[in-house]
Write a new protein. Structure first.
Length: 388
């Protein structure tokens, strides 16, 4: 029997959508009898785009523009304002979501977004009792309160780190409802073996294959910080991924460097570029860190007051596991790079030990949750006997 499995995401930041699409890609192969549906939460809550008509911009677009400009420090107070707004409009959201669940009839709801899990859970259990609700944390840890893990909800959590599991337990959730994965959800393309030999790929792109190569990436719109990094790393072979920022790509491309560099704009071939590199420099986001580590690259990231509050644990995680270097700023990135290269083998050994297989583990976890809910539902049905 076909089961409707809803993966809830939104486009703020891009990581939630990427995680949903990664899981969708694997579920289509492992569970072809499931009808996997990607559901944009904001399209459900504001299907008539009232917010955009009033303000001229969708909430996701506003958030993403701030990211592109690097205005991350302002996002901490904005997060608290958003959470206050969510509490204020809670009943309105619950009502709208109830209507959505009744209309679409999911057999399981899987949330890959923070902040809205209380409203989604309450609306689901009140409209479709017995349908399991699962939250997959796409961050390395929760940013309590009311971010990923809500107390007093009979739901399931899938956590990619020990820290997140501890937080779920501390919120009062039983171990039976806390499930472990070995990391963040990554697209299956990051697990494919490269079609072209790495050495040949490096030579084809103008690199000396016997010298290390670094990769710099700051999300889909790049960052002006990349120019400062390029100036410091003139003597190191580098790949710069500038995303949709054509002006940034042009500026870095024109820079004179002693070592060869490759400058790329927006690309769908990140696994290929990461395959060529030996280390990663970029934002402390859980997705980019996890992608780099999956490709055996130690990371160099920054953690400071500008770091988004939900990403501040990421630097601790990198340091505790010896997966790279965490700096207060990129002012001395040259020193950090040369220290990392002097100790590359030991860093790489620890990176390889991570072996994140989460995107292949989660489908079995979801199947177990769904099966258990069906057993519970059957056992709750009244028994009947036929008297002769």
């Amino acid at each position: 029997m076909t089961k409707n499995i809803d993966l809830i995401y939104f486009n703020a930041g891009g990581g939630h959508r990427a995680s949903a699409r990664a899981l969708e890609a694997v579920l289509k192969n492992t569970h072809p009898h499931w009808n996997v549906r990607l559901v944009n939460l904001f399209e459900v809550l504001d299907s008539r785009q009232v917010y955009k008509r009033v303000t001229g911009v969708a909430p996701e677009e506003f958030y993403n523009k701030q990211l592109a400009k690097g205005w991350t420090m302002a996002m901490t107070p904005e997060l608290r304002i958003l959470q206050a707004f969510i509490r204020l409009t809670h009943q309105v959201m619950v009502k709208r979501l109830q209507e959505h669940w009744i209309e679409t009839e999911p057999d399981m709801v899987v949330s890959l977004v923070p902040n809205f899990n209380r409203a989604m859970y309450e609306s689901l259990v009140s409209s479709l009792p017995g349908v399991p609700y699962v939250t997959i944390l796409t961050d390395l840890a929760d940013n309590a309160p009311h971010f990923w893990i809500e107390p007093n909800q009979q739901q399931h959590f899938i956590c990619g780190t020990d820290k997140a599991q501890e937080q779920a337990r501390a919120a009062g959730h039983p171990d039976s409802h806390i499930h472990t994965s070995s990391g963040m959800l990554l697209h299956p393309d990051f697990y494919k073996k490269p079609e072209i030999d790495r050495r040949e790929q490096l030579i084809a792109n103008g690199f000396d294959p016997d010298k290390p190569v670094g990769l710099v990436m700051f999300g889909g719109h790049g960052s002006k910080t990349m120019v400062k990094i390029a100036k410091q790393l003139s003597d190191v072979q580098m790949i710069y991924i500038c995303g949709h920022n054509a002006a940034l790509a042009k500026k870095i491309g024109k820079m004179q460097t002693r070592a060869h560099k490759l400058v790329e704009g927006f690309t769908t071939q990140m696994p290929v570029f990461m395959e060529m590199a030996d280390f990663f420099i970029g934002k402390p986001g859980p997705g980019s860190i996890s992608e780099a580590i999956r490709k055996d690259m130690p990371v160099i990231i920054v953690s400071n007051k500008w770091t988004m509050i939900q990403e501040r644990y990421n630097g601790d995680w990198v340091t505790e596991n010896g997966l790279g270097i965490v700096l207060p700023s990129f002012a001395k990135v040259n020193q950090a790079v040369h220290h990392l290269l002097d100790n590359l083998d030991s860093y790489r050994e620890r990176v390889k030990a991570q072996d994140n297989q989460a995107v292949f583990e989660v489908p079995n976890i979801l199947e177990g949750i769904l099966t258990q809910s069906e057993i519970t539902e059957q056992s709750a049905l009244p028994s009947t006997s036929i008297a002769n």
